[in-house]
Design a protein around this ligand. Structure first.
Ligand SMILES: NC(=O)c1ccc[n+]([C@@H]2O[C@H](COP(=O)([O-])OP(=O)(O)OC[C@H]3O[C@@H](n4cnc5c(N)ncnc54)[C@H](OP(=O)(O)O)[C@@H]3O)[C@@H](O)[C@H]2O)c1
Length: 334
């Protein structure tokens, strides 16, 4: 096979605050044909995720920072164009961590085969991928069960809407907050949330007290800041907090002071558990079986906001911090 021309997004400078197009470049590279034990993949969809913002900073975290002048990486789903490894054949659908580029060459161990029966394949980056698994792990972490009143922040986003749908399937009363009336309607009408409110129209605690006057048992926190503070006040005795994310602080240049009402942890005997979904990959099969079953039965929806073309990937990523997505923000690569 002749050489392949591929485009990729590189980080050219580290952002201060909200990233801009000037922090990135679109580069063209020529890939050599695959060698023995290598597979050539064309990406069909790539994921943009809030956690990538942390990797754009220089400091070490639970994942290494992105390197300047190098392509970014992240979740992607694609199809095998040529395989020189027995594990894969042309046409197979695979997920990988080689996002932010159109084509790549990888070893079989870095690819995860998925079924082509479910379409579009972007579902493997959404409800049936790491996004859905994040929601599932979070709920399992504090044993969310029938009868629990659960409040989910960032509820109309990728993780949040799946967490709400799965909590409904477990028999919970589900409350969600999101940043527009369109999102509130989506939560109520498409995801089956019992209650949803727009956190931009008034203080979160006031709205939560109004909607759940008897308090909540669980908070699935994607946002941090004011949301977490409100949850600490609204939680009942022995309440649980799933510390999934804190997007409200990701672009801040200085660490923000913690919640002023943390003492509630003591007086109400609360539990707060944090997690990183990648620590739970041993449970991926179990998740895929449960979520796949719901999905095939029409009980779990995969909502996406799709932009087209690698040129739009940076805009899609930055759009996460302005709430431009309902469901999973997805980049379709042509
Ligand atoms: N622990 C883990 O392993 C793990 C794995 C995946 C994701 N996460 C975390 O889970 C959270 C959700 O991730 P996701 O992939 O599902 O992203 P997402 O919710 O689909 O996208 C981000 C959403 O966050 C909201 N948002 C942005 N800035 C905000 C602010 N200042 N205050 C309140 N809301 C804001 C926006 O919705 P609105 O219109 O509602 O503002 C936006 O649509 C993130 O914090 C992420 O880091 C954690």
């Amino acid at each position: 096979m002749s050489k392949i021309i591929s485009r990729e997004i590189r980080l050219t400078s580290r952002p201060n605050g909200i990233p801009t197009a000037a922090n990135f470049s679109l580069a063209q590279v020529e890939l050599e044909p695959p060698q023995d034990q290598q597979v050539l993949v064309r990406n069909l969809f790539m994921s943009v995720d809030p956690y990538m913002r942390g990797r754009m900073n220089a400091g070490q975290s639970y994942v290494p920072p992105f390197e300047l002048g190098k392509p970014l990486d992240g979740g992607a789903v694609g199809e095998v164009i040529e395989s020189r490894a027995k594990e894969f054949k042309t046409g197979d659908a695979v997920t990988s961590n080689f996002g932010w580029r159109e084509y790549f060459i990888a070893a079989p161990k870095d690819l995860h085969q998925v079924s082509r029966e479910i379409q579009p394949l972007s579902v493997y980056l959404g409800a049936l991928g790491m996004t859905g698994m994040t929601a599932w792990v979070g709920l399992n972490l504090v044993e969310v069960k029938a009868g629990d009143v659960i409040y989910i922040s960032g509820a109309a986003g990728a993780v949040g809407n799946v967490a709400g749908q799965l909590a409904k399937l477990r028999g919970c009363k589900v409350i969600g907050s999101a940043g527009s009336m369109e999102k509130v309607e989506f939560l109520r009408e498409e995801c089956g949330f019992d209650i949803a409110f727009d956190y931009k129209t008034g203080p979160v605690l006031e709205q939560l007290n109004l909607e759940a006057p008897d308090g909540i048992d669980v908070c699935f926190d994607n946002v941090g800041g004011e949301t977490l503070e409100a949850a600490l006040s609204a939680l009942r005795l022995h309440g649980r907090i799933i510390a999934c994310g804190g997007i409200s602080g990701y672009n801040e240049e200085k660490p923000r002071p913690g919640p002023s009402n943390l003492f509630n942890m003591i007086t109400k005997r609360l539990t707060m558990k944090g997690f990183i979904v990648r620590d739970w990959l041993d449970h991926q099969g179990e998740f895929e079986k449960e979520a796949g079953g719901y999905f095939r039965a029409g009980k779990l929806k995969n909502k996406e906001t799709v932009v087209e073309g690698i040129e739009q990937a940076v805009g899609a990523f930055v759009g996460l911090f302005a709430g431009r997505n309902i469901g999973k923000m997805m980049v379709k690569l042509s």
